[in-house]
Design a binder for this molecule. Structure first.
Ligand code: IMP
Length: 180
């Protein structure tokens, strides 16, 4: 079993790179089918989603699409601060576009809830959410339930594959779960 120690916490490998690739392929197939007749705009939520997004968009089949980025922050250490900050605002016109938000993980749903309101206000024609991981038991906002989910997870904190602990461990190619 592969393990990582970070800031006094012990993490164990939970999803291998092969398992992640299967989850990503499944999400990409569904999006490819649903957006066949459209030209979606993927809005990648930085920083965490950059790894998932890079794999996801390359796994899409026969899709004409655009990709843009937004950087938000609501987390410090292992818990949410409850307030969303737009650190890098959206650079792309979303008016009348079919938007797919790409997230690394949906936890309380605050980020998606606020981002959807923001994109609706900018005139998006439709908004869906693709996430690598989803913690359904922690969801606090109904409208933040993701449309495309790589894998559901219980409440544990995870790192790797873009997910960080205070900025570190994003570069791990597997996903690791904290152990008490
Ligand atoms: P939400 O707004 O509560 O849904 O939180 C979403 C954001 O919190 C994600 O984009 C991550 O940056 C961060 N986050 C939530 N859970 C975890 C985790 O288990 N590991 C690392 N980051 C997490």
């Amino acid at each position: 079993m592969k393990t990582i120690d970070e800031q006094g916490y012990h993490f164990e490998e939970w999803l291998t790179p092969q398992e992640i690739a299967q989850d990503v392929a499944q999400v990409a197939d569904r999006i490819s089918k649903d957006y066949q007749e459209k030209e979606p705009l993927f809005v990648v939520v930085l920083n965490g989603a950059f790894v998932f997004a890079a794999d996801l968009i390359r796994a899409l089949k026969d899709i004409r699409c655009e990709v843009t980025f937004i950087r938000v922050s609501s987390y410090w250490g292992m818990s949410s601060t409850g307030k969303l900050e737009f650190i890098v605002p959206l650079q792309q016109v979303v008016d009348n576009r079919d938007v797919v938000i790409v997230e690394d993980i949906v936890d309380t749903g605050l980020t998606i809830h606020q981002l959807k309101a923001h994109l609706r206000g900018l005139g998006a024609a439709s908004i869906r959410v693709a996430t690598m991981l989803f913690k359904p038991r922690k969801l606090e906002y109904d409208d933040a339930k993701p449309d495309y989910i790589g894998r559901e997870i219980t409440d544990e904190f995870v790192i790797g594959y873009g997910l960080d602990f205070d900025g570190f461990e994003r570069n791990l190619d597997a996903i690791y779960k904290v152990k008490e």
